[in-house]
Design a protein around this ligand. Sequence first.
Ligand code: PLP
Length: 359
Amino acid sequence: MQKIGNFSKGKTMLTMKELEWDKLTFSVIATDYMYVAQCMSGRQWEQGNLVPYGDIAISPASGVLNYGQGVFEGLKAYRSQDGDKVFLFRPQLNAERMSDGCRRLCMPPIPEDVFMEGVTEVVKANQPYIPPYRPGASSQAALYLRPLLWGTGSILGVAPAPSYTFLVFASPVGPYFKGGLTPIKLQVSEEYYRAMPGGSGCVKAIGNYAPGMLAAKSAKKIGFSEIIYLDVRENRYVEEVGAANFFCVKGNTLFTPELDGCILPGITRRSVIHLAREMKMQVKEERLAIDSAIDADEAFASGTAAVISPIGSISYKGKEYVFNGGKIGAKTQKFYNTMVGIQHGLIPDSYGWIYEVDL
Ligand SMILES: *Cc1c(COP(=O)(O)O)cnc(C)c1O
């Protein structure tokens, strides 16, 4: 692979691409560069390099292809209103979570400095693809960053691979759910489960996601946006909304399932909880029965991709339960505005959540 010198100051006179920014969806648009670092057998992680974005060659006997030894992350680069600054949102937490995933899947944890160099170099090198800030509720355009880490080396018996690769690529994206802030319709899955105690549900293991595709596909075919997973033990407690965390509001109380090992600890989730406490709401992180959730005043899903997605209704055992007349609730709107405002630098960040990329 051709190596490109890392981008430094003075090399940033890159002109914006002419993409139809308003029409972006959550899908891959190839950008110019990606970042690749290696951890060779028995060694430490080495610093990586930018390389042209493109296909990679991998051994047919690699750990990731045979046994699913891989984790991923997802974060966004947001442009400021005036366009000349670019922000990441709590990226160190993504680095930490990726390392947690590495430990769970017997892979060498990625050092925070390599992770941070990967994401910042990819942002800098792909600046022309960072969407401009557009005010308005449906604008969720950003440069999505996808760090990956997988077992590269050959292995035949079920065991950790001898070597590993860390790669970051980027794609400009729009809203995850069609319509942006339009409330979504969800169906409770009574057939499929996402995670189990002692499993890998609490890390972004690549193997966690394919098993949910069949469930989501059949729900989408009959008009739902996503499914809600319940716990596997009692088939009663809410876990997640596809690949986003679940919240509901009753009066001045915010409810979300506790991190019991089956829930992915979302960075958006953690931030919403913090904001709720600042807003003097009561926060209950505990087991959340579906019967109680469907009775809430408002509900929403949270995630980097989903941002704050209002839930219009939930179908459970063939009955539809509508929240707030199918419209976005006041508290949900407030969380959305605050999160998006901080992410784009419109609202002062008093929490130290924003990481400005040194372009
Ligand atoms: C990534 C992910 C989330 C959201 O996490 P954020 O850090 O907020 O983006 C929630 N649930 C699942 C299953 C996920 O994979």
